[in-house]
Design a protein around this ligand. Sequence first.
Ligand SMILES: C[S@@+](CC[C@H](N)C(=O)[O-])C[C@H]1O[C@@H](n2cnc3c(N)ncnc32)[C@H](O)[C@@H]1O
Length: 266
Amino acid sequence: MTAGELLAASGLPGAEARALLAFASGATREALIAFPERVVAPEAAARFEALVERRRAGEPMAYLLGVQEFYRRPFCVTPAVLIPRPETELLVELALDALRSIESPRVLELGTGSGCIAISLALERPDARVVAADASVEALAIARANAQRLDARVDFVASDWYAAIAGEFDAIVANPPYVAASDPHLADLRFEPLYALTDHGDGLGCLRTIVAGAPAHLARDGWLLVEHGYDQAAAVRALFERAGFDEVRTVRDAAGIERACTGRFV
Ligand SMILES: C[S@@+](CC[C@H](N)C(=O)[O-])C[C@H]1O[C@@H](n2cnc3c(N)ncnc32)[C@H](O)[C@@H]1O
């Protein structure tokens, strides 16, 4: 079959179909647009059709292609890690802002997954000492491989939140699992690891642990920056205030949704 026939038969939106056919056949997306009459080798066509089937069953493009862009860089992903979300780039921006006046800052990321936050921070601030932790050894293997490929200096640690973390930090950053077990949106996220999405409770369980433990690991004037769910802003501010943080504020993402909380431990 020709590229044009395969793309049309897929029933997928054009951009998705072209990305999958490019991946399956090795052709560029531009070539697929310019030369739809070109015949696709049968093995490549079979690979493409298998990918189309998975996509039609709802599997995210990032898992099919094995890559997701974050903060302008490509991160390899597998179903062992959460797919980096564009709204999480806000956390990177906020951390870079908080660390602007600190020389050689010490940064801890909890729940690193693909490593996208820690690696972005390490590449944007090459003078920083970045430690990134996750409880999942599978996730840590992906994060380490991403750091190596992107040439980022990050120390990875297997840790249940702070359990294996030593030393103090100028900033602690975390995008923890914060979807409540009862949230119907979890069903739409069925291809991603449950341990990356939910605390199996009210959605605030991991945030409680991270906020309560932060003062013991922060240097004087150190920052805590966390991402949270669309309806958790007031509850997370209260956690920060109860733990003794100053300058507590909620920040909205590009879509106008209350998405992050930051505070300083004086
Ligand atoms: C929402 S994902 C965030 C991944 C990545 N930082 C990002 O923003 O794309 C949450 C991460 O927390 C990790 N995690 C879950 N429970 C943990 C725990 N008890 N200790 C450390 N990490 C944990 C998961 O493995 C997952 O990688």
